[in-house]
Design a binder for this molecule. Structure first.
Ligand SMILES: *Cc1c(COP(=O)(O)O)cnc(C)c1O
Length: 377
């Protein structure tokens, strides 16, 4: 029997697919009916779960998907086939992996081509095998990650036969600072992308991720690629998100202990109690992706939970499978009670800030030991 089939799992992750769909609709309303809203489902749909997320997005009309790895594309194609949706496109953001070329036509995956050698390999493979699957072209406009340089893109665009041979169906770029609306790189990337678009006038164009959608209509082009916002993430760095909460994590109290003032708590004895305290032990730790950087140490606070409407701070180091929270001020706290660690009261953005990271990393780290409950969809 696995933990997740027990009647009372130690920690439960509730994933709200109705909220996910509502978030997608919020974005669709922002961009208007003429702009396609793709689904970005890389990394197991940001930790939320590829299959249930893909099914929910499909049911809401999503027909274009982005994954990062070719293996994720293979998995997603199986889900889409099982749902009888041949009218769907899957783009593989990390492009063409040498040696894996055959997987693309077999599973109808489109590589996002981001370098000239990749384009050459892809075009040769297409010509040899007469593979009919299309590809996206990624042009770098200022991030210096994936994508042709502007100079490479100009030269490539001038070679009509090379463009034809690649079988392009989309031209795209990616914003580096979209979550900081006033960052000057946004305007520069937009201007560069306009030039790129003009080089490939026949191709649909895509620039915006989640935050890019909120930069305004000039960033929308033909297709937007929101990921984190659909999963309840922030769209402007440091500001509350307009999105609904998708992931909620609750952990049950496995033990309550009374500890005297002056005692230390946890590994490294980095936290000393200033008062006689009631501590609740929770069956969640860094092995569940609840990062150790959320620990409290030397008086510097860590992450917080909410129990019976009261804030309960973590005390001491988060260990592999356990963490302690201070429930001294919640006298009704009992063994077996559920404490919210992520959700409405404790936002994923707050948790990320306490852990010194971003909501993306908190979500994509969500552990495999949690019981997972999907609602709606
Ligand atoms: C991950 C990714 C997205 C989605 O980004 P969010 O910030 O999660 O909306 C879009 N485009 C590319 C190229 C990506 O890598």
């Amino acid at each position: 029997m696995t933990e997740t089939s027990l009647p009372v799992p130690p920690a439960r992750l509730t994933l709200d697919l109705d909220a996910l769909v509502a978030n997608r609709r919020t974005i669709a309303a922002r961009v208007g009916g003429s702009v396609e809203v793709a689904g970005v489902v890389k990394a197991d749909a940001y930790g939320i779960g590829l299959e249930p997320v893909a099914r929910a997005l499909l049911a809401d009309g999503c027909r274009t998907f982005f994954v990062a790895h070719v293996g994720e594309g293979v998995e997603l194609r199986a889900v889409l086939d099982a749902a009888h949706r041949p009218d769907t496109r899957i783009f593989v953001l990390n492009g063409l992996t040498p040696g894996n070329e055959c997987a693309y036509p077999v599973h109808r995956l489109s590589p996002v081509l981001g370098s000239l050698p990749e384009i050459a390999d892809w075009s040769a493979f297409r010509a040899e095998t007469r593979a009919m699957v299309g590809a996206a072209l990624h042009v770098d406009t200022g991030m210096n990650r994936h994508g042709l340089t502007l100079a490479e893109a100009r030269a490539f665009a001038a070679d009509a036969r090379a463009v034809e041979a690649a079988g392009l169906v989309l031209v795209m770029s990616h914003l580096a600072c979209a979550d900081e609306p006033r960052h000057p790189l946004n305007a520069l990337q937009l201007a560069r992308f306009r030039e790129i678009r003009a080089l490939f006038p026949a191709l649909p164009a895509s620039l915006a991720n989640s935050s890019g959608v909120f930069l305004g209509p000039d960033h929308h082009f033909d297709l937007v690629r929101p990921g984190i916002a659909v999963y309840g993430g922030a769209v402007v760095s440091g500001e509350p998100t307009p999105m609904r909460v998708v992931a909620r994590l609750e952990a049950r109290i496995v033990q309550i202990r009374e500890v005297a003032a002056g005692e230390t708590v946890g590994y490294g004895a980095r936290e000393t109690l200033r008062r006689p305290s009631r501590l609740a032990l929770l069956s969640v730790g860094y092995a569940d992706g609840f990062h150790r950087t959320g620990s409290s140490a030397d008086g510097a606070p860590g992450t917080r939970g909410v129990l019976h409407g009261r804030v309960v701070p973590v005390v001491g180091r988060i260990s592999m499978d356990l963490m302690a929270v201070d429930v001294t001020d919640v006298p009704q706290a009992r063994r077996g009670d559920a404490i919210e660690l992520i959700g409405e009261a404790v936002t994923i953005q707050a948790v990320a800030a306490w852990m010194g990271t971003i909501d993306y990393e908190v979500l994509t780290s969500l552990g495999r030991r949690y019981e997972r409950i999907y609602r709606g969809g």
